[in-house]
Design a protein around this ligand. Structure first.
Ligand code: FE2
Ligand code: FE2
Length: 398
């Protein structure tokens, strides 16, 4: 019997940002008996290939859709093999001995446990002073820990409209303008559905982080909101072009950046952050996949012109910008966050891993990947220029 119920797959796919309705229609048609006969997803994909083809869906899209929702730690299937669409990179897997009683089977016995050596290498230049899941909101914490945790709350994350309840009335999400553009620019009903699902999920993240900040200190959500209003860091210096293809590239690269950011927290010493990160990372994978689907479609329908536009935008802007988003190589913030178990890797380690994954993504789309060193150097130079211009709170920059 196949370990994932067909009806569960039918239910989780539609509300996801990376829903491929063609896959859903095909699965609707597969008899439950045929579904249950399969022993693994590869044989299932093979068995239903004619039905997928009839609905214009590819086995590749079926496979990663299954892996993203049902591979460990999100479901009973084995570790995802289509890593660029569904996987958790090995570098984020941590030391089994350090995990709390409440850690899931996946965290305890699964791939997290297998990779403890990588975690130790990552930490070899600092003495780590807090274990994964060490602190809960009401706990006594060293003053220095509180300082760096607070700094991280302000520097990262889903803080674009952290008011909920009465205080939220009259406020709009800071992403509302760009979301409106996306809904208007979406070229077909399927991409409109994905954009709408995407906005809902981002709103859910805002809520999840609102709860997390509020639980730590009720003033933090408001303070973050006011600060972001003055200087919206997520888009500061972002030069998006008003085209659907550019918006697709943005999701493919920016939400993937969010994936890497979130993975850094799945073993956080601040337990609420560790718990929420694993959930958010799953959604961010979906957002990056949505971008991937939209870019793939734009390249298929737009031919050589679309290909040239994508390569131009990646080379002249997106690649340098996002290589630099991981922060400077000698970041003092990063060092302190690792010391307190709030991050696992150096900015350079993350940058290299991200480049490796992006190279696979762009190869699969037949796009050229910009040179890593040159893009990083350029992006970091832009970041230095931007930092010079900033008036407010320079100490909060990565
Ligand atoms: Fe998000
Ligand atoms: Fe996202």
């Amino acid at each position: 019997m196949f370990p994932v119920d067909k009806r569960t797959a039918q239910n989780v796919w539609y509300p996801a940002a990376d829903v491929v309705p063609e896959v859903c229609f095909a699965v609707d048609e597969v008899p439950i008996a045929q579904w249950n006969e399969a022993t693994d997803i590869e044989s299932l994909a093979e068995s239903i290939a004619p039905t997928l083809a009839r609905h214009g869906a590819s086995p590749f899209d079926f496979l990663w859709s299954m892996e993203r929702h049902f591979s460990e730690p999100y479901g009973p299937l084995a570790k995802a093999t289509r890593t660029i669409m569904a996987g958790i990179p090995d570098m984020f897997l941590a030391d089994e001995d350090a995990l709390p009683e409440t850690a899931s089977r996946y965290e305890r016995e699964g791939v997290l446990g297998e990779q403890s050596h990588l975690n130790r290498i990552a930490q070899s230049d600092v003495r780590v002073e807090a274990k994964p899941y060490q602190y809960e909101p009401g706990d006594d914490m060293p003053d220095d820990y509180r300082f760096w945790l607070g700094k991280m709350f302000f520097a990262h994350g889903e803080c674009m409209m952290p008011y909920f309840g009465e205080a939220a009335k009259g406020h709009q999400s800071m992403f509302s303008a760009i979301d409106k553009f996306s809904m208007q620019a979406a070229p077909n009903p399927e991409s409109r559905l994905r954009m709408s699902n995407f906005s809902n999920e981002e709103f859910k993240h805002t809520y999840q982080f609102y709860k997390l900040y509020h639980e730590y200190d009720p003033d933090i959500p408001v303070n973050i909101y006011e600060r972001e209003r003055e200087q919206f860091r997520a888009y500061e210096g972002t030069k998006m072009e008003p085209s659907w293809l550019d918006r697709g590239i943005f999701n493919m690269i920016a939400d993937r950046f969010g994936v890497y950011q979130g993975f850094e927290w799945v073993q956080s010493s601040y337990a609420p952050l560790a718990r929420v990160a694993l959930k958010v990372v799953k959604d961010e994978r979906g957002h990056a996949n949505m971008g991937y689907i939209h870019v793939r479609e734009a390249l298929e329908s737009g031919g050589k012109t679309a290909r040239e536009e994508a390569e131009r935008r990646l080379a002249e802007y997106w690649y340098p910008q996002f290589m630099a988003s991981f922060g400077a190589s000698d970041s003092r913030n990063n060092e302190n966050w690792r010391r307190w178990g709030l991050k696992q890797h150096t900015n350079d380690q993350l940058r290299v891993a991200f480049d490796r994954e992006m190279r696979e993504v762009l190869d699969s789309l037949g796009l050229e990947t910009p040179d890593f060193e040159a893009a990083t150097e350029r992006g970091l130079e832009w970041a230095r220029q931007l930092k010079k211009k900033r008036q407010a709170a320079p100490a909060l920059n990565q």
